[in-house]
Design a protein around this ligand. Structure first.
Ligand code: NDP
Length: 254
């Protein structure tokens, strides 16, 4: 058996057009999967596909808003029509709105929960029949250090990231009988658009992260290629319902 071979597999990566999502998409494509890059921005999706193809991988793009039921249905229909199957789903689309708990509007709370948690619920639920039909599947949920900790400026974000891990465990329990494994990755501090805003807003954040991270560096999107391949491949067939930090040791540095 080729443990890490994804040839013939089709993987949808939400938010796959940049940051951590693109790092994982590149890894999955390098392992042989055909990757469907799914984000709201058409141009960014197309650029990500071009990058993956330039590296020798197979990819296509679909515009999706993970909070919209019709849009998610259309994403799965397009992937199945174009590639014949869906084996792997990476629920990576996510946003953060940084405020103190007392300052969030209900709309801001809903925005974060809708994209980070409800979007992952919707995509997982709609992936199920396709994976069942394929004889099994893999769902990879992207949590956060905020799945474990609760920084004060992340109330809806931490709620969504705790929720995505528990939601994945419930799905893992229910769908083991269908040979579908569901696991979460918990990134530490990674250099992407999401954290570039935080770094601009919070003085000293960059240095504080370096000091707290045993690996003494920020993570890069490329750091997620290997773990994505592991959790998408036969190498992890008996691994389900877990949450794996990929954080340079940040979460073990009490
Ligand atoms: P980016 O901002 O670079 O990427 C976020 C992605 O999500 C974009 O590709 C964006 O594409 C997509 N997206 C946002 N909203 C939607 C939506 N409604 N429907 C579909 N796609 C959407 O951030 P990161 O790469 O850093 O984040 C990726 C994931 O990793 C997120 O879930 C984030 O919470 C998590 N994470 C990141 C950490 C970090 O340090 N960077 C730490 C811990 C977790 P588009 O705008 O085209 O829709």
């Amino acid at each position: 058996m080729k443990l890490f071979d994804l040839s013939g597999r089709v993987a949808i990566v939400t938010g796959g057009n940049g940051g951590i999502g693109l790092g994982m998409a590149e890894g999955l494509a390098a392992a042989g999967a055909t990757v469907v890059v799914a984000g709201r921005q058409k141009d960014k999706n197309a650029a990500a596909v071009a990058k993956i193809e330039k590296l020798g991988g197979k990819a296509s793009a679909v515009e999706v808003d993970v909070t919209n039921e019709k849009s998610v249905d259309a994403m799965f229909a397009a992937a199945a029509k174009q590639h014949g199957r869906v084996d792997i789903l990476v629920n990576n689309a996510g946003i953060n709105i940084r405020k103190q708990p007392e300052d969030y509007t209900l709309d801001e709370w809903r925005q974060v929960i809708d994209i980070n948690l409800t979007g992952a619920f919707l995509c997982s639920q709609r992936a199920h029949p396709y994976m069942k039909k394929a004889g099994g599947g893999k769902i990879i949920n992207i949590g956060s250090m905020m799945s474990i900790f609760g920084a004060s400026f992340t109330t809806p974000y931490a709620s969504s990231k705790g929720g995505i891990v528990q939601m994945g465990r419930a799905f893992a329990n229910a769908w083991a009988k269908d040979n579908i494994q569901i696991n979460a990755i918990l990134p530490g501090w990674i250099d992407t658009d999401l954290t570039r805003n935080a770094r601009a807003q919070v003085q000293g954040l960059h240095e504080r992260v370096l000091a707290r991270t045993p690996a003494a560096r920020w993570g890069n999107p490329e750091d997620f290629a290997g773990i994505a391949v592991f959790l998408a491949s036969p190498a992890s067939d008996f691994v389900t319902g877990t949450a794996i930090p990929v954080d340079g040791g940040y979460s073990v540095n009490g």
